[in-house]
Design a protein around this ligand. Structure first.
Ligand code: CO8
Length: 257
């Protein structure tokens, strides 16, 4: 049983993970990150799960790495930091990860948002990389993924000043896909997860992989990857079913084959 997460049973193929450390604004200590990585590994292996929604509470999605824990780590501790492996496992989740964000998404919390594929933000959400105020810099993607998401000027402004941006600003900048009323973020994220769960699982997997490829490769390599993935899907029963269903004017029933 995880200590810092509440995991709800799949609903229409969507698992809901709620960060549950409200006394520290869901600060991501090593144990919480380990639990999250393990939960995503298990969702990856479970064919009944098509997508995962991750959320926090109304005050905070997550206010960053646990600063108390960080204070106890010296240079060697940081060099051998067990959190690095947890972050890598979180980023490697192969199914769609949807973040439903209310309140603070700061530091590691904002970096966790950037590991998600789709981000629904409540109007009151705040996104920021305040590490500079602690004399450090982001360490889980907050320079690399942020720049790719919002471009250089805003990434520089956020990382160098540490000042957060609003949900609307984050949406304009490309960090957030949709803004909703705070009380509806989870519901909306679950709806999107359920819509994805009705699609062909192999196509969803390759679509996510191809889109992520765009962020870390040149265009020619990315287009080659897309071409291979597109071709691979030609051999699936779900492609035949999708096309047949369209022609027969009925909903498709995908089997993941
Ligand atoms: N870590 C630990 N505890 C925290 C954190 C945190 N990041 N954020 C808040 N808390 C705790 C507070 O200490 C407080 O605890 P207590 O009641 O025991 O004093 C409780 O949560 C409530 O917080 P506040 O009283 O401060 O609440 P406010 O509403 O007044 O303020 C803020 C909210 C503005 C969000 C404020 O709490 C804050 O500034 N928090 C810190 C934000 C921050 O700097 N985050 C970045 C952390 S560094 C980081 O994320 C680096 C990631 C590197 C990853 C590398 C992986 C390998």
């Amino acid at each position: 049983m995880p200590r810092y997460l509440v995991v709800q049973a799949p609903e229409d193929g969507v698992r809901l993970i709620t960060l549950q450390r409200p006394e520290a604004l869901n600060a991501l200590n090593t144990e919480l990150l380990a639990e999250l990585a393990a939960e995503l590994d298990s969702a990856d292996r479970d064919p009944a799960i098509a997508a995962v929604v991750i959320t926090g509470n109304r005050k905070a999605f997550a206010a960053g790495a646990d600063i108390r824990e960080m204070a106890e780590r010296d240079l060697v501790g940081i060099l051998n930091d067990p959190r690095v492996a947890h972050w890598q496992r979180i980023a490697a989740f192969s199914k769609p990860l949807i973040a439903a964000v209310n309140g603070f998404a700061l530091g590691g919390g904002c970096e966790l948002v950037m590991c998600a594929d789709i981000v629904i933000a409540g109007e009151d959400a705040r996104f920021g990389q305040p590490e500079i105020n602690l004399g450090i810099i982001p360490g889980a993607g907050g320079t690399q993924r942020l720049l790719r998401a919002v471009g250089k000027p805003l990434a520089m402004q956020m990382v160098l000043t540490g000042e957060p941006i609003s949900a609307r600003h984050a949406q304009q900048a490309g960090l957030v896909s949709e803004v909703s009323q705070p009380e509806l973020t989870v519901e909306r994220a679950m709806q999107i997860g359920a819509a994805i769960a009705r699609k062909a699982p192999l196509a969803v997997r390759l679509a996510k992989e191809a889109l992520l490829k765009a962020a870390d490769t040149d265009l020619a390599t990315g287009l080659r990857f897309e071409r291979h993935a597109f071709t691979l899907l030609a051999g699936t029963a779900d492609r035949a079913e999708g096309i047949r269903a369209f022609q027969e004017k009925r909903p498709a029933h995908f089997q993941g084959q």
